[in-house]
Design a protein around this ligand. Structure first.
Ligand code: FAD
Length: 383
């Protein structure tokens, strides 16, 4: 029987699972110094960072359960270096810093955050498949070296090796980060805000009103709330993932685009970009095509079936990069949205940036690149 849910929840301890449904519909703190709206990885990491930085009382509210958005369905790979091939330098720098912050959290957080170090191996579809400009972090592998690391490939392939990347069970990290928070209300959605003299003075929720000192919206997609003067372009990109039954074949770390091996030998496969598919359910044809591609590359695992299969939606701004910003025109409201395919990776640096901004009243230098103003400017040019 295939489970039509992400694999992550089943792998949590009872204590970790309990974190995800904390304080259902109960607001313990009506006047928090910091209110965080949204209990995905960005919101939980930000609430935890504000709490750890001593910014006063912190309340986190989440419409569903913690991790019920994109976070609970992500693959959980933390691989900044591969973005050298697809993204501009400031993005790669942000991603690198964030992986360093993940490592610091792993060291400093009570019981760690569940960080698992791994090597990333990318297979080139043909010998010239990778760009020739060699990055310091990349070791190029010839056919023989790849064959030694990944036995059983259908045909010889060259590849690239990047060491010391990482992955997490996103729900475990979320639960560990949330565990330090004194006030969490799940099943509590923000519905509107009241703004006076350039400040959010009241946030109405399904469990009553909150009067925060500062508020951070970390709602995945940009927040759309009555009274909030914000209109950012964004869309959602559906993706499918599956986890197979335990595989006898051993893979080193994560082998792109083949699979990532979990601790018990299961293979985590997929991460499709099903642009334009807004249906909320798993499509068997997509699952079948993920399995076929796996069997075609690695015939040794032919016949291995999916034990878990699921889909979720990546929140995306038009340029595919996140917004980390103060809400334009408001003194005490921040937002982060559109983390698309790297929101798990980017959570600690996002949290760190917003926390320092709230504490200092001034934006940290790295924030400029992630301002929401870039979309206002585009709209202006178009009209
Ligand atoms: C198939 C797939 C694979 C992925 N793989 C990776 C990966 O390997 N590595 C990586 O880094 N990223 C990956 N991602 C991307 C990652 O999942 C997202 O970028 C990340 O989870 C976004 O986190 P978030 O906290 O911003 O949003 P979300 O996790 O969506 O959290 C937002 C939360 O806000 C809540 N909310 C919304 N509105 C309100 C409201 N009004 N009041 C209260 N609560 C509200 C929602 O219920 C939700 O829980 C993947 C995504 C997909 C779909």
């Amino acid at each position: 029987m295939v489970a039509e849910t992400a694999v992550w929840r089943d792998r949590l301890t009872a204590q970790e699972r309990a974190q995800l449904g904390r304080g259902p519909g109960v607001i313990e703190e009506q006047n928090p110094d910091v209110l965080v709206v949204g209990g995905g990885i960005a919101g939980v990491a930000t609430a935890a960072a504000c709490h750890a930085a001593g910014l006063g009382s912190v309340l986190l509210i989440e419409a569903g359960r913690l991790g019920s958005g994109a976070t609970g369905g992500a693959a959980g790979l933390l691989t900044p270096e591969i973005h050298e091939w697809s993204d501009p330098e400031p993005f790669v720098e942000l991603a690198r810093t964030s992986l360093e912050l993940w490592s610091e959290l792993e060291q400093s957080w009570p019981d760690g955050v569940g960080l698992i170090e791994l090597d990333w191996i990318g297979l080139a579809p043909d010998p010239d498949g990778f760009a020739p400009h060699q990055r310091p972090a990349v070791e190029w592998l010839d056919h023989d070296q790849v064959a030694e690391l990944v036995p059983g490939l259908a045909r010889p392939m060259a590849g690239a090796l990047i060491r010391r990347q990482a992955r997490v069970n996103p729900l475990r990290s979320l639960a560990r980060l949330a565990a330090v928070l004194p006030a969490v209300a799940t099943g509590t959605a923000a519905t509107s805000v009241e703004v006076k003299s350039g400040r959010v003075v009241r946030v109405a929720t399904t469990a009553g009103d909150i009067y925060p000192g500062a508020v951070v919206f970390a709602t995945g997609m940009p927040p759309v709330l009555d009274g909030l003067p914000l209109d950012l372009p964004a869309s959602r990109v559906k993706g499918h993932l599956l986890v197979t039954e335990p595989s006898p074949v051993r893979l080193p770390g994560t082998v792109a685009p083949v699979a990532t091996q979990l601790d018990d030998g299961r293979l985590l496969v997929g991460g499709t970009f099903d642009t334009g598919d807004e249906t909320p359910t798993v499509r068997q044809d997509v699952i079948d095509s993920i399995l076929e591609a796996l069997y075609a590359t690695l015939p040794a695992v032919r016949g291995l079936q999916a034990d878990y299969q699921w889909c979720c939606f990546r929140p995306r701004h038009p340029d595919g990069r996140p917004v980390i910003d103060r809400v334009p025109g408001l003194e005490n409201a921040w937002l982060t949205s559109g983390h698309f395919r790297t929101g798990i990776l980017m959570a600690p640096v996002t949290a760190h940036t917003i926390t320092r901004w709230i504490a200092a009243g001034e934006p940290p230098a790295e924030a400029a690149a992630w301002s929401s103003v870039r979309f206002a400017e585009r709209r202006h040019i178009r009209h």
